[in-house]
Design a protein around this ligand. Structure first.
Ligand code: FAD
Ligand code: DHB
Length: 397
């Protein structure tokens, strides 16, 4: 391996891989380091909702052929409450925009295939990555690979290593302001080998808690149930999961289709933002620097939006010697991040059963918000605009 590169990228999730591809297209060298093996990264079931802007970027980068063939384009979602469904028509409310359902692991597979086809360095199963010298002009990444200690000199380091990565901790104490909120619930998610029960996503409020119906393909359904943040999966044999899903989604004339469960997991819901997103020659992107609760389907889209800003800053720096894009990185990203953070918090508090809601006060507030979102064009438009992706521009639109 070349022991020197222009941009050292830590993490081969959506943020790291999209950045690598954008830099490749701009003729900037990079090396991507990933601590897991390829199989694990390509099969980690997570997000599924891609904003229009994310899809457009993947297509522009030449990694969207399978996405175009297999992605499911949706023009609306259902909000279900009081046992009745209400559709929010995105296309009508946002000038024809929509979302595409395509698994995050499929995006990751496509990006890895493209990088390997270009014969660019992507090292799996690296150990003990250390970030050094970010306050000077020649930062470095040290790590172990195939049992040997390695050093990679870089011009810049991109910390795309997710919430539990090491890059954020490389910023000296006292530099980052951390803002966070842990929600008193999590999501129990399953993937089932069965045709989806609806053509569109269903965000369902019920007095037993939140449930979400999503999908991956005409044969694969993705379903989530609100649960405790540290819920023990051992207490959830398949039959109990289906029973609870049936009870929460109950609605006249609608039936949940059931099939073999092929994946199960629990995710706590959390909000987290670290600011600034850059220190010296280290730029943090995606989950490494912000987490949103899953209800707004924003995490992957924010990760992609961050590295798009970063790649443009690096392009200007390398091609014009202009550092203005890099200096503006935090400010440009955070407008979008905080908007998404608010949207995800708003969706979360509107749809989940609140613990200790003894006299049902919060449940009544939730129903009032849901009624408004489904009966006021202005409120429905606000939801639709944020859901399909708001880019943070200042003009009234
Ligand atoms: P990650 O995907 O976490 O990638 C980081 C990579 O860095 C990983 O491959 C990791 O193995 C690697 N790494 C970590 N530490 C190191 C190290 N020390 N050295 C080297 N490599 C390291 N978002 C949406 O937009 N829409 C959705 O519908 C949605 N649904 C979700 C549902 C669930 C159940 C979950 C859990 C998340 C969901 N998200 C969703 C969030 C989304 O999955 C994340 O925001 C997204 O993965 C962020 O991408 P990333 O590249 O920043 O981080
Ligand atoms: C999915 C995940 C989400 O967080 C969401 O809000 C909608 C759909 C999904 O995995 O399909």
């Amino acid at each position: 391996m070349n022991a020197r590169t222009q941009v050292g990228i830590v993490g081969a999730g959506p943020a790291g891989l999209v950045l690598g591809r954008l830099l490749e297209l701009q003729g900037i060298d990079s090396v991507v380091l990933e601590d897991r093996d390829r199989d694990y990264v390509e099969n980690r079931v997570r997000a599924g909702v891609l904003e229009q802007g994310t899809v457009d970027l993947l297509l522009e980068m030449g990694v969207g052929q399978r996405l175009e063939r297999e992605g499911l384009v949706h023009h609306g979602v259902e909000l279900r409450f009081g046992r009745r469904g209400h559709r929010i028509p995105f296309d009508e409310l946002t000038g024809g925009r929509g979302i595409t359902i395509y698994g995050q692991q499929e995006v990751v597979k496509d990006l890895i295939a493209a990088r390997l086809e270009s014969d660019l360095p992507l090292l799996f199963e690296v150990d003990d990555v250390r970030v050094e010298g970010i306050e000077g002009d020649s930062p470095a990444l040290r790590f172990r690979h195939d049992g040997a200690e390695q050093e990679l000199q870089c011009d810049f380091i991109a910390g795309c290593d997710g919430f539990h990565g090491v890059c954020r901790d490389a910023v000296p104490d006292g530099v980052l302001s951390l803002r966070e909120h842990d929600y008193p619930f999590g999501w129990l998610g399953i993937l089932a080998r069965v045709e989806p029960s609806s053509d569109e996503l269903i965000y369902c409020h019920s007095d037993r808690g939140f449930a979400l119906h999503s999908m991956r393909s005409p044969e694969l359904t993705r379903l989530y149930l609100q649960c405790e943040p540290d819920e023990d999966l051992d207490g959830w044999p398949d039959e109990r999961i289906w029973e609870e899903l049936r009870a929460r989604f109950a609605s006249d004339g609608w039936e949940l289709k059931e099939g073999p469960i092929v994946e199960k997991g629990v995710t706590p819901l959390r909000s987290f933002v670290a600011e600034p997103m850059q220190h010296g020659r280290l730029f943090l992107a995606g989950d490494a620097v912000h987490i949103v609760p899953a209800t707004g389907a924003k995490g992957l889209n924010l990760a992609v939006a961050d590295v798009r800003v970063l790649a443009e800053g690096l392009r200007r720096w390398y091609s014009e010697g202009d550092d203005s894009g890099l200096r503006a990185y935090t400010e440009r990203c955070l407008r979008r991040v905080w908007h998404a953070q608010h949207f995800a918090w708003w969706m979360t508090q509107m749809l989940h059963r609140m613990p200790d809601d003894r006299d049902g006060f919060f449940a009544k507030l939730q129903l009032a918000q849901l009624e408004y979102a489904c009966s006021s064009r202005a409120a429905a438009t606000a939801l639709a605009q944020s859901y399909v992706g708001w880019d943070g521009t200042r003009e009234l639109s």
